[in-house]
Each structure stands twice: as C-alpha cells, then as structure tokens.
Design a protein around this ligand. Structure first.
Ligand code: GTP
Ligand code: MG
Length: 399
C-alpha cells in the first residue's frame, strides 16, 4: 500500500522534497513532482528524475528522463492559473494515464490516499491541481485526497497602493489572492480536506523567500509525524506491550473533513502546529541515572498553538481537531512521569464546537517529545480566508 505525494508547481515540489528528506518515507509513499519549469525540478534534492513530469504548452506532458527535458520544459505560466489549466486540459487523457500508472501495483489500483501540495498564489500548481484531483477521483472515487495549500503573504504597503501597475507587480497581493480564491473553489469539488500553510506568517520578514526552506521543513516534519511516525523509525508498537490510543490516516481524514454517513459534504480547512522538546537534560545523555525529564504536555500544546500554520486564527471557532503526541516509550510505562494525555484531551475538546477530538500517541526511539495538532474550520470561520476572498473580489472589480 503506497500513498502518493504530488508536488505541483514550485512551492508544491519544494514541500514534497522536504517530506522525502526522511528517507524511510519511500517505504510508505511515492513522490511525483509536476512543473512547467525544469529548473525547479532540477533543484529538488530528494525526488528523482523518474518522478518528474514536465508540462509544456506545446509538447504536453514530458517524463523527467526524456532527453532534452530541460529545453522543452521551460515555459512556466507566470502566475496565471487559467493558462496553466487550459494547457493541462488539452493533455488530460495523458495526465489520467500517468496518475493511473502511479496508483497501480500490478493491475490493481492500490493507492488509498493522495496528498497534493501546491502554492495557491502561482500559475502552475494552482492551474493544474484541480485537474489532478479530478483525475484521481475519476480513477477511483474511494481515494481520499488531502490538499496541502500555501496561502500567499500580503504586504500592507502593496495592498494600500492605488496604482494598478503596483498591484499587478505586488508579489503578495491581489493577483495572488485572486489565484488562491479561484483555486480553492475549484479544488474543493474534488478534495476531502485542506491543510493550510500561510506564508503570511512570514510576511514581517524582509526577504521571506529565504525562509521558505525552513518553513517547508517545519510543515514536512508535522505531516511526516502525523502519517508516518512509527514507520519511519521502524517501530513495532506491539513489542512495547503498552496500550495506547492510535491515530491513523483515516482519523486524519475524519478530523479534517465534514461528511455525513461517509459521504463527503465539504472539505474542512485545517491549520497545523507542532512543538517538540528534548526529553533528557544534557546531563541525561552522559549520566545514566539522570534519566528522563517530566513532560509538560500542556506547555507543548501552548507552543504548538503559537506556531500554527495560519496567522490570526481564533481557535474558539474550531469545529473539530486532532492531536498526536510522540514520545519515547518511557513516558507511557512509568506512572510517575507518564505523559499527561488527559489534559491534552480536555484542552482539545474545549476548542471543538462539534465535541470531536482525535487524540493519539506514537513512539519514538529518539530523546524527543513532539506534539502535532490539527484544528479544522469552516471557510467562513478563518479570518485569513475571508480576507483572501475579499482581496480576490476587489481585484476582480478593478479588472
Ligand atoms: N511556503 C512556501 N511558499 C512558496 C515556496 N515557493 C513558492 N512559494 C509561494 O507559493 C506561491 C506560488 O508560487 P509558485 O509555487 O512559485 O508558483 P507555481 O505553481 O510554480 O506557478 P508559476 O506562477 O507558473 O510559476 C507564491 O505565493 C510563492 O511565494 C516554498 O518553497 N515554500
Ligand atoms: Mg513556477
């Protein structure tokens, strides 16, 4: 059983590349990077050529191993998702074949979950992702799709500008908001949930692009913890003889979407947070009897909330949520210092309008405790999404 992690466009590819820094991810998932700019694909460190697909307006979809790939895949769609959408639409049959191949093992369709990563503000990722998601559901409507989407940052000085030329140049701005709103609306027909990554979190930094690699690594670590923690360290929990509540990918789907009797009604918009702490003081590494520290799980939760992947979230409006604590087995076996799951559960339930919190524990062999959380909202309950909608509508009016 392999999951498929698709990176569409530059941001999408870079995020999937960060996920596959964890070498054992290959045991669970296959990567696929699709882009209109070969240069972005060449920059990927952990996704091999055989897992690249180039799109070119004139020559269609091109495999990364094709001779002359670099010259043929050089166009880009310059922040225009409509143009990128038109291009992929004319090669839709080929796209379906490529995805079908990736999702098959022998003759059978084997991929139960697909993650699509993309930056919403650009052209390529935004334009092609709805077609990718549509094709996946066409191949099998049982496949669940989580879209991990990057919201564009806004810079106040640009938003305030009255000059139309400035607004078009505005790297944050209204054009990108328009792209984002347009793409969210198209994607929501096909995907089961959204996980939001907000570049506005970095907007106060002078050169925010230089922080992308670190930000991507933070998002990747959170997602990897959620979907693959035990597997990555090859831990078999039955060896530890401890009962623990487990969270699997089905819980993640349930916690991030809204459905009635298993039928999707609409995707949820989830924000992500993660905090970690060393479980031994420095001395503990050298002196055996120093042992493990007591773990303050509520403090971890507090820090994870401060680091949520979207700016300006009011957690009180959260519909449902999920928390995964990952700790060395010690914290589950020793009653005196055992991890305080009850408090986490109470705190999480307090922030769920639907009274639905999924709480799980996972193990690590490292001396590290981490807490990863997801809070799921309706579109209208996230201020940042409302702001993007408004900027998109204003932009449209000015056109
Ligand atoms: N968090 C994060 N954001 C990124 C990264 N790369 C680009 N972005 C942002 O993602 C959005 C979309 O940009 P790209 O991914 O470059 O666009 P694209 O899909 O390649 O589409 P084109 O416009 O055709 O190049 C913009 O708001 C970028 O600022 C990245 O590595 N991490
Ligand atoms: Mg690009």
């Amino acid at each position: 059983m392999a999951y498929l992690f698709i990176g569409a466009g530059q941001a999408g590819g870079a995020l999937v590349d960060s996920v596959f820094k964890y070498k054992n991810m290959h045991l669970l998932a296959k990567p696929l990077a699709i882009n209109s700019t070969a240069k972005d694909l060449i920059n990927l460190k952990n996704i091999d050529k055989k897992d690249w697909i180039g799109i070119s307006e004139n020559s269609g979809l091109i495999k990364g191993t094709t001779i002359g790939f670099e010259e043929r895949v050089a166009g880009g769609f310059g922040k225009n998702p409509i143009k990128a959408g038109e291009a992929i639409q004319s090669y839709y049959k080929e796209l379906k074949e490529i995805l079908q191949n990736r999702m098959q093992d022998g003759k059978k369709q084997k991929t139960p979950f697909v993650f699509i990563f993309l930056g919403l503000g650009g052209g390529t990722g935004s334009g092609i992702s709805p077609y990718i998601a549509n094709a996946i559901k066409y191949i099998s409507n049982k496949v669940k799709i989580i879209a991990v989407v990057v919201l564009p940052a806004h810079r106040k000085k640009n938003i305030a500008s009255k000059d139309k030329k400035d607004l078009d140049k505005d790297e944050s701005g209204d054009r990108q908001s328009w792209n984002a709103f347009y793409t969210l609306n198209r994607l929501k027909k096909y995907v089961d949930s959204f996980i939001l990554v907000d570049n506005h979190r970095l907007a106060y930094l002078a050169d925010l692009e230089s922080y992308f690699p670190r930000y991507n690594d933070y998002i990747a670590a959170s997602i990897v913890d959620l979907v693959a923690g035990l597997l990555l360290e090859k831990i078999d929990p039955s060896k530890y003889n401890i009962g623990m509540p487990v969270i699997d990918i089905n819980d993640i789907i349930t916690a991030t979407g809204f459905d009635i009797k298993g039928k999707k009604v609409e995707p949820g918009y989830a924000v992500l947070g993660r905090a970690s702490e060393l479980t031994k003081s420095l001395a503990g590494y050298f002196v055996p009897f120093f042992g493990y520290k007591k773990l303050d799980t509520l403090m971890l939760l507090q820090v994870a909330i401060e680091k949520l992947s979207v700016a300006d979230v009011s957690i009180g409006a959260c519909e449902k949520n999920l928390a995964l604590l990952r700790v060395p087995a010690f914290y589950l076996k020793h009653s005196k210092k055992s991890a305080d799951l009850k408090s986490i559960e109470q705190a999480m339930l307090q922030y769920s309008k639907m009274n639905e919190s999924h709480i799980g524990v996972s193990l690590t062999k490292r001396n590290l405790a981490s807490l990863t959380i997801l809070y799921t909202f309706k579109f209208e309950d996230l201020k940042r999404l409302r702001m993007i909608e408004k900027l998109a509508r204003d932009f449209e009016e000015r056109q």
